[in-house]
Design a protein. Structure first.
Length: 221
């Protein structure tokens, strides 16, 4: 065990720059997908949180996305014109997987806003759109942010699988190692890629802690 660990440390000394680059690419593709999923998910939540059937339909559809095996979904993208073996395919798949936590938390957050507060804003002459942007969404923001946090952690692992279709990130290191099982560096590659994914998850999760402290007033945390 000690011999392997020494070999692993030596491997990291020679490859840390490539691993850092892959880690940054991994985090970038995850955040791009989360931003797109947030725009779509919050929009769907705002549009459906008041009405039962559309709300249930949106939750059912986004929930169904999570039941599709990621390798199967990425494999299907190979035959879709304009996607194939590209980063765009990885992002599209990740957006699909990241929607449910954001949609669900947006709906829950908006439905938990005190009706008396909304009625007071309405009595002050605020239009529905103004109430949504100035009252309801700010009050629901902590719950929406929690959905984004869950979605981000979910997508970090899926982004690694995206290397199956030539996606960026640490998944390339893992898949390269698996393809070379039996060679001297195979285990080092797999472990380095896996540890890198864990580090990315820890860093991004800490970022959400900071965002929460900076954007959520103490009174509604």
């Amino acid at each position: 065990m000690l011999d392997w660990f020494s070999t692993f440390v030596t491997y990291l000394e020679f490859t840390w720059e490539d691993l850092l680059t892959a880690g940054l690419a991994h985090a970038a593709v995850v955040m791009v997908a989360v931003v797109i999923a947030t725009v779509i998910g919050v929009g769907l939540g705002v549009a459906t949180y008041r009405t039962e059937r559309p709300r249930e339909l949106v939750l059912a559809v986004t929930g169904t996305f999570l039941t599709i095996p990621s390798l199967a979904l990425f494999g299907l993208f190979l035959s879709v014109p304009g996607l194939g073996l590209t980063t765009q395919s990885v992002v599209v798949g990740m957006v699909m997987y990241g929607l449910l936590p954001i949609v669900r938390n947006t709906i829950v957050g908006l439905r938990e806003v005190d009706p008396a507060v909304v009625e007071s804003a309405q009595g002050m002459g605020m239009a529905r759109t103004e109430r949504m942007w100035r009252i309801e969404l700010p009050l629901a923001w902590p719950v929406v942010l929690a959905g984004m946090r869950v979605s981000t952690l979910l997508l970090i692992g899926i982004a690694a699988i995206g290397a199956y279709i030539n996606g960026p990130g640490l998944g390339q290191e893992i898949f390269d190692g698996l393809a070379r099982i039996g060679s001297a560096t195979a285990l080092n590659q797999v472990v380095a890629g896996t540890v890198g994914v864990i580090v990315v998850a820890i860093v991004l999760d800490f970022c959400y802690v900071l965002i929460n402290r900076l954007t959520v007033p103490k009174g509604i945390r």
